[in-house]
Design a protein around this ligand. Sequence first.
Ligand SMILES: *Cc1c(COP(=O)(O)O)cnc(C)c1O
Length: 364
Amino acid sequence: MWPADISPAVLEIDLGAIVANWRLLSARHPAGAVGGVVKADAYGLDAQKVAPALQQAGCRHFFTALLEEALTLRPLLPGAMLAVLDDPIVGTEHVYREQGIVPVLGSLDEIGRWQAEARRAGTSLEAILHIDTGMARLGLMEREVLTLAADPSLLEGISIRYVMTHLVSAEYPEDPLNESQRERFESLAARLPPAPRSLANSSGIFLGSHFASDLARPGAALYGINPTPGEPNPMHPVVRLSARVLAVRALEAGRSVGYNATWRALRPSRIATLGVGYADGWPRSLSNRGAAFFDGRRLALVGRVSMDLTTYDATGLAHLAPGAWLELIGPAQPLAAVAEAAGTNEYEVLTSLGRRYHRVWRGA
Ligand SMILES: *Cc1c(COP(=O)(O)O)cnc(C)c1O
């Protein structure tokens, strides 16, 4: 990694805030444990730094999406449960067993394969059973749960660490899907051998004590994403993105800016250029919609977002010169504001943040 002073943009990641968020979620979920979802490289913030920091704070259960992600983290998280949310790919069962990674099983076929692995190893093996209650992506369907209930031998050799499901609309508390999924989960899980339950994601933790379980699985809220959209964000902000002005130019009225000339100066203007573009995950949909902030002043993003550059209307900011730092994500422009202007959600903006930013970790 090169030093910050040659980088056009700096991404600051506050590990202390991530830990504080985990503690806050744990306090809101007193009936059960709170794990950490660190898939997609901890939502783009570096799982190899985030996961050990969470473990040090007391987090004992971790989830990735991919087996590869879990393999990278396994040596860094001694003693912790490490589970892979995506279904195991045929033929990878021995890797899970050898590396002590817990598979999340979502079909009778997967259960059969894991049972065969246990038989080969001459031992019983832990697994999480995933029941589909409405997402319809992964997870056991009702018919499969009933098959398991009717024939206990199908689960022989498998020690069920948790039975889980995933909420479809937890960020909308008034959505009746939440309650119907919860009821469906309870009634289907009751057909299986007794085992601890895992239900809530970040927003699920805020749905109330009905949605508490033995293990909550938050991701987003750990990283500062608002689990209660439309209400004040109860989480600590985690990221700050700043970029320095590379160039400033005066523009006569009538001149255009950027590809396809989608913005035209109506008056004599000053344009500030930043070295951040869509290749850095600064969404192209922010073209003529986004903003940057300087000293509390809003500079409108003008013209198209380019691959490596964006342009801002700095008219009236006579003292803004190359080298000045503009805020892209921070107190003046939180992640939620960027997501809204880009027409997407905070998850997508966060997980897209580029690898070219100079990254600085605080509270490490
Ligand atoms: C991503 C994911 C989570 C975490 O969801 P957040 O909304 O980020 O808290 C929990 N469970 C499953 C199955 C997931 O895929």
